[in-house]
Design a protein around this ligand. Structure first.
Ligand code: FMN
Length: 328
């Protein structure tokens, strides 16, 4: 996909950054179903980019519009990484101020940074100074006992003073101690009205809401109040929902791809990956939810889970998994 519109156009619907889930294979798969969705990478730490051995920034050209999510809290390192991201062609750099995992807190980044708005502002400013692409922030509505509306607006005031005008708000707070990252996505209650209030009070900012959004009806409601909706788990676990995003959220008039057509479109991509020495399940692990809700869809999931990791597994496995759906 090439980016033909201003990036804000694509913010109406985005797929959340998710570690281990939104890698380049998932993003390619998602892009086949929706040309308009703004895609986010998994969080990549500045340490991995600057000192790691692998290439954590590779992606397929088809993935645009594509945002890189960074994890870090050192303005200099973040600026270096933002510059690399812009050079590599990313459309946006996003700073993670929402992840509550212990590993992340030890590195003093993620959700704990909400307590240090000036540091976040310094980080954002340092990145803005070296790139022309938007620098955005994904955060929560609070952390621990610091969950009042003024706490949130103080954070937004300080960070937006840099000129940062795009925020994605996960509409629940994070407990930094005692809850696992998974629990922190489920236990603190969602507070959508608080995010709506934020948009009312900061109408010039572009604000997307995130957390617990599953249906197009939910999205329509949020979009009455806000600029965008970011969906995480539902877009991964029930990926076929993406096949209707362009029509239902962007008003495009085009046929909805069938699930089988999505599989057909994935086959040449899978073939290329295998030829380059990759394994089938690197890709198919992201596709197991494609037939969710379809009679026989469990057989697709099971066949892939049992066979795609085997040595030499190729596109035949995918075709056999699809054929298994029809078996009575
Ligand atoms: C497996 C998994 C990994 C995640 N990794 C990240 C991450 O790297 N960066 C981030 O900002 N949020 C991460 N999140 C949180 C999501 O981006 C999102 O905020 C959260 O899942 C709530 O949205 P949802 O209810 O639509 O899933 C992750 C969530 C999941 C389920």
């Amino acid at each position: 996909m090439s980016v033909k519109q201003p990036l804000n156009h694509y913010r109406r619907f985005s797929i959340a950054p998710m570690l281990e889930w939104t890698d380049r294979h998932y993003r390619y798969f998602a892009r086949l179903m929706s040309s308009q969705t703004l895609l986010y990478t998994e969080m990549v730490t500045t340490g991995a980019i600057l000192f790691g051995k692998g290439d954590y920034l590779s992606y397929n050209e088809e993935e645009h519009p594509l945002a890189l999510q960074l994890g870090g809290s050192d303005p200099l390192a973040l600026a270096q990484c933002a510059k690399i991201a812009a050079e590599r062609g990313y459309d946006e750099v996003n700073l993670n101020v929402g992840c509550p995992s212990d590993r992340v807190q030890n590195g003093r980044f993620g959700a704990c940074l909400m307590a240090e708005p000036q540091l976040v502002a310094d980080c954002v400013k340092a990145m803005q100074d070296v790139v022309d692409i938007p620098v955005t922030v994904k955060t929560r509505i609070g952390i621990d006992e610091q969950d009042s509306y003024p706490f949130l607006t103080d954070f937004i005031d300080t960070v937006s003073a840099t000129g940062c005008d795009t925020f994605i708000i996960h509409a629940r707070k994070a407990w930094l101690n005692g809850l696992s990252p998974k629990e922190n996505r489920e236990i603190p209650p969602l507070d959508y009205p608080r995010v709506y209030q934020l948009k009312q009070d900061y109408s010039a900012l572009n604000i997307s809401i995130n957390g617990g959004v599953k249906t197009f009806d939910d999205m329509a409601t949020h979009l009455e109040h806000l600029d965008g909706v970011m969906v995480g788990r539902e877009a991964y676990q029930n990926p076929y929902m993406l096949a209707e995003v362009d029509q239902r959220l962007y008003g495009m008039e085009k046929a909805v791809l069938s699930r089988d057509a999505v599989v057909d479109l994935m086959l040449p991509y899978i073939e290329r990956h295998l030829q380059q020495g990759g394994r089938l399940n690197h890709i198919t692990r992201h596709m197991t939810g494609l037939y969710q809700g379809v009679a026989g869809g469990r057989r697709w999931r099971r066949y892939l889970s049992e066979n795609a990791h085997k040595a030499g597994a190729d596109c035949e496995v995918v075709l056999a998994a699809r054929a298994s759906i029809q078996q009575a």
